[in-house]
Design a protein around this ligand. Structure first.
Ligand code: ADP
Ligand code: MG
Length: 327
């Protein structure tokens, strides 16, 4: 009796983290594959609801609830919310405040002006700096108070709200993949928007091939060989609006309160999808020298920066994983 060769199964979802999620999994039976995909999707849905800052769900205290209770009362939340916020605080420290989830006020102003500008492009406008500066006074990460013993999260500043858009998707993907590994999955790729995470390689031992987009053409620039890692890319082309002929994208530099001006995209390759997600956003607002020093100081982390003139700067170990995309 020969044991069955694993087959490739693929499924796409549109209902988690406001993006397209694709799961590729190799399993020995369709039944096993669909059970694994079903569980991954169910877990992603739970994380999505817990980390949602835009919607309330009946019977659930999520980050929307926490934001609504800012300055009023600590909220009893699922441990997975405390874990995400603790992780985000660590990432704030690691990125020297460049990735700051307490900056929700500033980010909401930008998101509102962006949406208005997209809806009515003739009247697209920039948010007044005074408004941004007022919001920035309520962005102190220390005002996000985690009480593990009580199981609560409290925003100690009534004017603060959290925006976990820079880190929640990657963090959730990582947690889901950990569960898949515990369930015995050995070959899987989960892609949620620009956030790709792998378990192992393909069953024949070949690496997963993950593309890095060309910020200008919409095609691919690089192919990255992935074995059990995550590749996350943040790009100016993902979300932006145009004011007086200038594009304003969605990653905001906490120092200037304006869209970060250093790069057109930043990609990070490492084993932890949450780290990769947080780092791409943080690196976006860091000068190259500082970002490079940070990446080089971290074990098993590689990055690729693409500057406005299209110049590509890889970290020292990046090129070992990447080839140019040939079409
Ligand atoms: P994407 O969500 O497009 O994959 P990112 O991971 O870079 O890309 O996250 C961008 C989102 O993070 C923004 O839409 C916003 O909600 C939030 N954000 C933008 N700038 C910052 C920042 N400096 N610190 C924390 N969050 C940010
Ligand atoms: Mg990010």
């Amino acid at each position: 009796m020969t044991s069955k060769e694993p087959q490739r199964y693929e499924q796409t979802f549109f209902d988690v983290f406001d993006t397209v999620t694709t799961i590729v999994i190799y399993d020995t039976s369709e039944r096993a594959a669909s059970a694994h995909i079903k569980e991954a999707h169910a877990l992603l849905t739970e994380y999505h609801q817990l980390y949602d800052i835009y919607h309330a769900y009946s019977g659930l205290n999520n980050l929307y609830t926490v934001n609504e209770s800012a300055g009023i009362v600590p909220v009893a939340v699922d441990e997975r919310i405390l874990d995400l916020v603790a992780f985000a605080k660590d990432m704030d420290t690691l990125t020297n405040g460049r990735m700051n989830v307490a900056m929700g006020g500033v980010l909401t102003i930008w998101a509102d002006y962006r949406q208005a500008g997209l809806d009515d492009s003739d009247n697209a406008a920039l948010p007044p700096m005074e408004l941004l500066e007022q919001a920035a006074e309520h962005a102190n990460i220390d005002d996000i108070v985690i009480d593990r013993a009580a199981g609560t999260l409290y925003l100690a500043d009534a004017g603060l709200h959290v925006d976990v858009g820079a880190v929640a998707k990657g963090y959730a993907v990582q947690q889901v993949m950990e569960q898949m590994k515990r369930d015995g999955v050995t070959s899987m790729l989960l892609s949620a928007g620009g956030n790709v995470c792998a378990i192992g390689t393909r069953p024949d031992g070949t690496n997963w091939k993950v593309g890095i987009q060309d910020p200008y053409s919409g095609g691919y620039l690089k192919v990255v060989n992935v074995d059990g890692q995550s590749l996350v890319t943040s790009g100016t082309y993902e979300r932006y609006y145009t004011v007086d002929g200038v594009d304003y994208h969605h990653i905001i530099d906490p120092a200037t309160l304006m869209p970060s001006t250093h790069y057109d995209s930043v990609s990070v390759l490492t084993v932890d999808s949450g780290l990769a997600d947080a780092l791409t956003t943080g690196l976006f607002s860091m000068p190259l020298e500082e970002g490079m020093a940070l990446v080089e100081s971290l074990d098993g982390v590689e990055a690729l920066w693409i500057s406005h003139n299209g110049m590509q700067t890889p970290s020292s170990g990046f090129s070992a994983f990447a080839t140019n995309y040939e079409n």
